[in-house]
Ligand binder design. Structure first.
Ligand code: URA
Length: 293
C-alpha cells in the first residue's frame, strides 16, 4: 500500500481508489509512456526515437469528444502557467523529466526528410487504408501551432489537415482572432493517417505516430500551442483529464505554453460551446502576446 493510502486509512477514509486492471495500461498516455521508456532504454536511438515497438493492437476505443456538463469558467486573469498535474502523473511522477530526456535524445531530422519519412511511414496499420499521409499545413516559421486529432475523409483525399467543414470553422475562428491560417499558424495532427471510417485513434497508433509530432514541434519551436480536442490534449499533456478540466488554463509542453480547446468537429455538433472555444482563443492570444513581448 502506498503512503497516501496508508494516510487515508489512518484517517478512516476507506480504501484508496484503484484503477481497473487493464484500463490504464491501454490509455494513450500510458502507452506513450511505455514507448518513451523503451526509447530511453535504447542505447542507440533511431531517427524516430519515439516510434518504439508498438504494443499489441488494441480494439479502438469509442469514447466521444464529450464535454463534461460543468466546464469551468475562463478566469478573467489567466492563471500562472502550471505544471502538468493529473492523477495519472501523481501515480507516475517521472513523466516530465523522462519526456524531457527523450526529447533531448531525439535525433533531429531536417524538414524535407521528416516529410518524406511521414509520407513513407508504415509504422502502424493505418498505412494500409490511407490514401495518403497528412503531414501538416502552414509555414514552419509560424509562431502558433495548432494540433488536431487525425485526418478525416477530405484530408485523406487532399493531403492537408482541416480542409473539411471542421476546417472551415477553424479558419473562421482564426481569422476572427486576426490570424492567417497559412502565415501565422502551423496546423498538424496527432495522427498523420486517417483512421478508417473516422474512428477514434487507437492508443498504439498514437504511440507509433508521436515521434513525428515531436519532430514537428521541435522544428517549429512555436511560441504557443493549441491542442484541439481530447486526443491532442491528452496525448501532449499525458493525462486522462477531460477537455472541460483542461481548458481555461495555461499548461506547458516542453516549456511552451499550451492552451486546450474543443475540437472544431465537436463544435459543429455542439454550437453553444463555440463561445467557450472563442474564450480559449482569446486566452491563447493573450498568452501569445505576453510570451512574445
Ligand atoms: N479533424 C482533425 O483533427 N484533423 C483534421 O485534419 C481534420 C479533422
Amino acid at each position: 500500500m502506498n503512503r497516501a493510502s496508508l494516510q487515508q486509512q489512518e484517517m478512516g477514509l476507506g480504501p484508496a481508489w484503484q484503477p481497473r486492471a487493464g484500463w490504464f495500461g491501454q490509455h494513450p498516455a500510458q502507452l506513450l509512456r511505455q514507448s518513451l521508456q523503451t526509447a530511453v532504454a535504447q542505447t542507440e536511438p533511431p531517427a524516430m526515437a519515439m516510434a518504439a515497438t508498438p504494443p499489441e493492437p488494441l480494439p479502438a476505443h469509442r469514447a466521444e469528444l464529450a464535454a463534461p456538463p460543468e466546464a469551468p469558467q475562463i478566469a478573467a486573469q489567466a492563471p500562472e502557467p502550471t505544471p502538468i498535474i493529473s492523477s495519472l502523473v501523481e501515480r507516475a511522477p517521472t513523466t516530465e523529466p523522462l519526456r524531457a530526456e527523450v526529447h533531448a535524445e531525439l535525433v533531429p531530422v531536417d524538414w524535407p526528410l521528416l516529410q518524406r519519412k511521414v509520407a513513407d511511414c508504415q509504422d502502424c496499420r493505418l498505412c494500409e487504408t490511407r490514401t495518403q499521409t497528412v503531414f501538416g499545413r502552414g509555414t514552419p516559421q509560424a509562431r502558433w501551432m495548432l494540433i488536431g486529432e487525425a485526418p478525416g475523409e477530405n484530408e485523406d483525399r487532399q493531403g492537408l489537415p482541416f480542409v473539411g467543414r471542421a476546417g472551415q470553422l477553424l479558419d473562421n475562428m482564426l481569422s476572427a482572432a486576426g490570424l492567417d491560417r497559412d502565415q501565422d499558424v502551423y496546423i498538424a495532427n496527432v495522427l498523420k493517417c486517417r483512421p478508417p471510417g473516422n474512428r477514434n485513434p487507437a492508443p498504439d497508433e498514437i504511440a507509433a505516430c508521436n515521434g513525428y509530432l515531436l519532430q514537428q514541434i521541435r522544428h517549429i519551436q512555436p511560441t504557443l500551442i493549441i491542442a484541439l480536442g481530447r486526443f491532442a490534449a491528452q496525448t501532449l499533456l499525458e493525462t486522462e483529464d477531460s477537455i472541460g478540466r483542461l481548458r481555461g488554463k495555461v499548461h506547458r509542453y516542453q516549456g511552451v505554453p499550451l492552451v486546450v480547446s474543443y475540437h472544431p468537429a465537436y463544435l459543429l455538433r455542439n454550437q453553444p460551446d463555440k463561445a467557450k472555444a472563442w474564450q480559449d482563443l482569446l486566452l491563447a492570444r493573450k498568452i501569445f502576446r505576453q510570451a512574445e513581448s
